[in-house]
Design a protein around this ligand. Structure first.
Ligand code: N01
Length: 485
C-alpha cells in the first residue's frame, strides 16, 4: 500500500465553518493543520455580533454540527451567547485551539510551485491545501447619510455593539429593519426611554414562537441521544422542504409563507395606518425572510415608534426625516447590514499564472459548486459563492462543503492526486445552469436585497439545499483539471 502523504492544511478563519473543517480533518487523522484567526477568540459572526436580542432564527437542534449534538440548548432558537459558547466548547473539547494562531490575519495566499504560500505579519509559510472559511457577512456596512458624523451622542454598527453604554435611560434611533434590526427592536421595545425604528423598506415577518426547553426535555435529550438526532432530521426536513423549496420555485410552500406572513400582520397589528406602513410591496422571502416571535408586539409598546418617512439627514441631537420632523435621539444604532461583496477578501489570493481572486471575480464571485475556483488548485471554500444560505442552517451547509473538501484532501493524501482545480468549462456550465434557474427564485420577484449581485442576479443557490448536498456528495473528477505525480 502506498504511504499516505503528510499534508499541511491551512484554514483561514476559526468561525463556525473553520472549526467544522478542523474537526473533519481530525476525524480523518490529519493533525497537521493550522487555523489562522485574526481575532483572539473563536466564533466568527457569533463572536462579533453581541447586540441585545441576538439569537439564531434557525432551530438550534438543526443549527448544530451533526457530529456534536447539543442536548442542552435552552430554547428552540437559542440566544447568540449560547451559540457562541457552543462553538467555543467544540474548539476546546476537540483540542482545536492548539492549532489556532490567534491575532494572526492572513494578508495573502499565493500558489507557487504546487503549494500555497500563506503570508501574515509574522512571515510566510507553505501549505499543500488552503481552505477559506471567512464567512459571508463579516464587514459592516455603514450608511451614507448626510450629517451622520455630526451626531453628538454615541453611534455604532449593530455588529460593533458598545456594551459600556447603558440603554434604559436612552432615546434610541435604530436604523434598519432587517433580521438584525427586528431582533434588536423585539428586545428593546418597551425597555428603553424611547425607541424610534427607521424603516426604509417594510419587511414580511413570519411568526416564530421561541419556546424554552424544560429541564425534562434537556434530560430526555441527554438520556436518549436518538431524540436529538430525530430533532435534527425533523427540522432539516421541514426547513429544506418549506423555506428551501419556497425560495427557489413557485409552489404551494411559497403561497403558504405569504399567507402566514399576511395573517401574522393582520392579527398582530390593529392600527390600520401602522399596518399599511408595515405592509411590503413585494413577495414574502424576496428579501431574507424575517422569523420573529414578538416583533409586532414590541413595536406597539409605549415609547416605540416605527418611522417610515425617509431619513433626510442626521444632526447633533437626532435624525431629521424628509417631512422636516426632528426625531431626537441620545444613541444611534446602525443595523444597516454588511458588505456581502467583501467575500474572502481583502486578503490577496493569487492562483496559477498570477491570476488573482479579484481578477477572477471581476464580474462577481463565482465558483464550481460553491467550493472551488478554476485556476486556484487545492483551494476549497466554505460558504463560497452561491452557497444555499438564505434561511438555511449554515452549519449543515459548511459540513457538506467540508466533506467535499475532505474527499479531495484524501485523494491528495493518498497520492492519487497532486493538484486539482475545476476546469473553466465545467465552472462556466455550472454557473450558466444556475443563471437559467434564477428567474424561478423568489429573490427575483421585485425587491432590493443584499442577495443581488452587480448584474442584478441573486448570488445564492437557485435550487434546494437538498440538491446542493447531492452535488457535493458526488464529486466529478471529469470536471477537474487533475495533476498526478
Ligand atoms: O442587514 P440587512 P441585517 N438608510 O442588510 C437598512 C443575517 N442575520 O444585519 O431594506 C436607511 O438585511 C435596510 O433597508 P432596505 C441574515 O443573513 C441572521 O439585518 O435596504 N436604512 C435594511 O432594513 C441577514 O440577511 C440572523 O431598504 C438603511 C437594514 O438596514 C443578514 O445577517 C440574525 C440604510 C439592513 O438589513 C443581514 O441582516 C441577524 C440607509 N442608508 C442577521 N442602509 C439569524 O438569526 C441600510 N438600511 C440567523
Amino acid at each position: 500500500m502506498a504511504e499516505k502523504r503528510i499534508l499541511k492544511v491551512a484554514i483561514i478563519g476559526a468561525g463556525m465553518s473553520g472549526l467544522c473543517m478542523a474537526a473533519k480533518l481530525q476525524d480523518a487523522g490529519i493533525d497537521t493543520f493550522t487555523v489562522f484567526e485574526q481575532a483572539d477568540e473563536v466564533g466568527g459572526t457569533w463572536r462579533d455580533n453581541t447586540y441585545p436580542g441576538l439569537s439564531c432564527d434557525v432551530p438550534s437542534r438543526f443549527y448544530s454540527y451533526s457530529f456534536r449534538p447539543n442536548p442542552g440548548w435552552s430554547r428552540f432558537m437559542s440566544p447568540g451567547p449560547e451559540i457562541h459558547s457552543y462553538f467555543q466548547q467544540v474548539a476546546t473539547e476537540r483540542g482545536i485551539r492548539r492549532h489556532i494562531r490567534f491575532g494572526t490575519e492572513v494578508r495573502s495566499a499565493r500558489y507557487r510551485d504546487g503549494q500555497w504560500c500563506v503570508g501574515t505579519d509574522d512571515g510566510e509559510e507553505v501549505f499543500d491545501v488552503l481552505i477559506t472559511a471567512t464567512g459571508v457577512l463579516r464587514v459592516p456596512r455603514y450608511p451614507d447619510i448626510p450629517g451622520l458624523d455630526t451626531f453628538a451622542g454615541p453611534s455604532f454598527h449593530s455588529a460593533r455593539w458598545d456594551h459600556s453604554i447603558s440603554l434604559p435611560d436612552k432615546r434610541i434611533g435604530l436604523i434598519g429593519t432587517g433580521s438584525t434590526g427586528v431582533q434588536i427592536s423585539a428586545e428593546l421595545g418597551g425597555k428603553v426611554r424611547g425607541l424610534k425604528i427607521f424603516q426604509r423598506t417594510a419587511q414580511w415577518v413570519m411568526p416564530s414562537p421561541n419556546v424554552r426547553y424544560s429541564r425534562f426535555t434537556k434530560a430526555a435529550m441527554r438520556r436518549w441521544p436518538v431524540l436529538n438526532r430525530l430533532g435534527y432530521r425533523f427540522w432539516q426536513f421541514y426547513i429544506e422542504n418549506m423555506l428551501g423549496r419556497a425560495a427557489v420555485e413557485p409552489c404551494f410552500q411559497r403561497g403558504l409563507m405569504q399567507w402566514l406572513c399576511r395573517v401574522n400582520l393582520r392579527f398582530s397589528v390593529r392600527d390600520p395606518d401602522l399596518r399599511r406602513r408595515l405592509t411590503p410591496d413585494y413577495q414574502a422571502m424576496c428579501k431574507r425572510q424575517i422569523l420573529a416571535g414578538h416583533y409586532y408586539q414590541a413595536i406597539q409598546k409605549p415609547g416605540v415608534e416605527v418611522v417610515s418617512e425617509a431619513i433626510d439627514h442626521v444632526q447633533p441631537n437626532g435624525v431629521v426625516t424628509a417631512d422636516g420632523t426632528l426625531h431626537v435621539a441620545d444613541l444611534l444604532v446602525l443595523a444597516t447590514g454588511f458588505d456581502a461583496r467583501a467575500y474572502v477578501r481583502p486578503m490577496e489570493i493569487v492562483g496559477e499564472n498570477g491570476l488573482t481572486l479579484d481578477e477572477a471575480w471581476e464580474d462577481g464571485p463565482r465558483a464550481y459548486r460553491s467550493v472551488a475556483v478554476p485556476g486556484f488548485p487545492n483551494l476549497f471554500m466554505l460558504m463560497g459563492p452561491h452557497s444555499p444560505i438564505g434561511n438555511q442552517s449554515l452549519v449543515m451547509i459548511a459540513e457538506n462543503q467540508a466533506d467535499y473538501a475532505m474527499w479531495w484532501i484524501n485523494q491528495i493524501r493518498d497520492g492519487r492526486v497532486v493538484a486539482a482545480a475545476p476546469t473553466e468549462a465545467a465552472t462556466k456550465n455550472y454557473n450558466e445552469e444556475m443563471k437559467a434557474a434564477m428567474p424561478q427564485t423568489v429573490w427575483m420577484t421585485g425587491c432590493k436585497s443584499w442577495y443581488l449581485g452587480k448584474d442584478g442576479l441573486p448570488e445564492l443557490f437557485p435550487w434546494t439545499p437538498i440538491r446542493h448536498r447531492e452535488l457535493l456528495s458526488t464529486p466529478r473528477t471529469d470536471d477537474y483539471e487533475v495533476r498526478t505525480a
